[in-house]
Design a protein around this ligand. Structure first.
Ligand SMILES: [Zn+2]
Ligand SMILES: [Zn+2]
Ligand SMILES: [Zn+2]
Length: 452
């Protein structure tokens, strides 16, 4: 059968609508898990069965569960859901007033920090460069081209022979360690700014942060973080810090801690000296402004929304087009080479991360008390579904307090049953995406009109 015939037979099948409803339930996931089994939802008090679900009564005798992959290249739908959750998590911790985080957090001293990688050699950039002269290979040191937006060479080295590929890979491999050291130093430097010992400071202030990693065009990650000052309390979950621990002290501590952060990387085979890893000189700290309605100044929520949106963009993998770039291939090759040469050493596992250009950290992470967790958002969705069942049961006259779900499932495979089903699901996903984007355009236009 051709693909067209497979699709047509699904479209003509009497249970097509039910199949489609099942595909919609997993958000038209690209690679769902197929399950066989059944579950019963019961009244928690009496044990009376309220709802029954059995795959034997479903189309093809199956049910589907989302793949949950965070990468858009693997699954647009699941990565979109993950981004939405990340957005809510970051937003709740910055603006408060949602998902169980109190409004008051928006009043805490709070900044948006960007930490970059240092330079490993001049690259083509939209802003150009003031470097003059030519390198030993006869190539301009600075970029004076006029690059259009999205130009393929942006982020590529001016001279690949001069570019420090090993330095780039080593820095990226230890970037999570650099971040860890930065957070330790930040606590120490904040105590100093407050004129306290670290032990006393720890009894009064706590640093909360949400951080995301993002790949720049040159293939180096940089980190964006929201850093918030909280107080310490036995009873409150998000206590305000003492009045003398303000934004000024926080910013000063961030600046000095970032400058002081260093890590001596293990020796790369074949090299004579160990590299001292640091952050790049481009350090950006800005306060998250909380003025509402002051001469057109952005509101706290608008600023936090902007940051959260910007930050969730970063949960992306490397750019899908990156593989075609010689620069990216050389970075991967360098990672594999170092791993091979150091098979018993500190870089033994670097090869495992060559597809990430050496980066083995998380794309988003947060301190425990920054906000809600992604797990609690998933739990909230599950709770919402159970509450609907309780509501319906009450409408049907049941006196019910709690429900209990008992299920038995077994794995039946990965992905859609056949290429035809997959094509149908992907087509529906595309339509859903277009609908979503159309609504976004509408929304943005309205926002724009308000500004005029
Ligand atoms: Zn998926
Ligand atoms: Zn250029
Ligand atoms: Zn050169």
């Amino acid at each position: 059968m051709t693909l067209g015939e497979v699709v047509a037979s699904r479209l003509r099948s009497p249970d097509f609508d039910r199949w489609m409803a099942g595909a919609a339930r997993v958000g038209f996931c690209s690679n769902p898990v197929r399950l066989v089994g059944s579950s019963a939802t019961m009244d928690g008090g009496t044990g009376e069965v309220l709802r029954e679900f059995a795959t034997s009564r479903q189309p093809d005798g199956l049910t589907y569960v989302r793949c949950g992959n965070r990468r858009a290249r693997r699954c647009e739908s699941c990565s979109h859901e993950y981004k939405g959750d990340t957005w809510h998590m970051i937003m709740a911790g910055a603006a408060g007033g949602m998902k169980g985080v109190p409004e008051g957090v928006a009043e805490h001293p709070m900044v948006f920090l960007t930490l970059t990688a240092p330079s490993f050699g001049a690259v083509h950039s939209p802003a150009g460069s003031s470097r003059r002269g030519k390198c030993a290979h006869g190539i301009d040191r600075g970029c004076r081209c006029e690059h259009a937006e999205g130009d393929a060479v942006l982020g590529d080295p001016m001279c690949a022979e001069c570019y420090d590929y090993a330095g780039h890979i080593v820095w990226q491999f230890f970037a999570p360690e650099l971040w860890r050291r930065f957070t330790i130093l930040l606590r120490r430097h904040l105590a100093r700014e407050l004129g306290l010992t670290q032990r006393v400071a720890a009894e009064h202030v706590r640093l909360q942060f949400a951080k995301v990693a993002e790949f720049q065009r040159r293939g180096a990650v940089h980190f964006h973080a929201i850093i918030r000052l909280d107080g310490v309390s036995e009873t409150e979950e998000f206590p305000p810090p003492p009045a003398d621990a303000g934004e000024r002290e926080l910013i000063a501590a961030i600046r000095s801690a970032a400058r002081a952060t260093a890590f001596e990387a293990p020796l790369v085979p074949g090299e004579g000296t160990r590299r001292i890893l640091r952050w790049g000189v481009q350090l950006d700290v800005r306060s998250i402004v909380r003025r509402e309605g002051l001469g057109g100044a952005l509101s706290d929520r608008a600023v936090a929304a902007y940051i959260a949106k910007y930050a969730t963009k970063a949960t992306e993998d490397l750019d899908g087009r990156a593989d075609g770039r010689a620069h990216v291939r050389r970075l991967k090759g360098t990672a594999e080479l170092i791993a091979e040469d150091d098979a018993d050493g500190a870089y033994a596992f670097l090869g495992k991360w060559s597809h990430m250009l050496g980066f083995r950290g998380h794309f988003s992470s947060k301190s425990r008390r920054y906000s809600v967790t992604l797990g609690s958002l998933r739990e909230a969705r599950r709770r919402w579904r159970l509450d609907r069942i309780i509501e319906e049961a009450r409408e049907e006259g049941h006196e019910i307090e709690e429900v209990l779900v008992v299920g038995s499932w077994s794995f039946a495979g990965m992905g859609w049953l056949n290429e035809g089903d997959r094509a149908l699901a992907m087509d529906a996903a595309r339509a859903a995406r277009e609908w979503r984007d159309a609504r976004r355009v509408q929304f943005n236009t309205k926002e724009g009109e308000k500004d005029d």
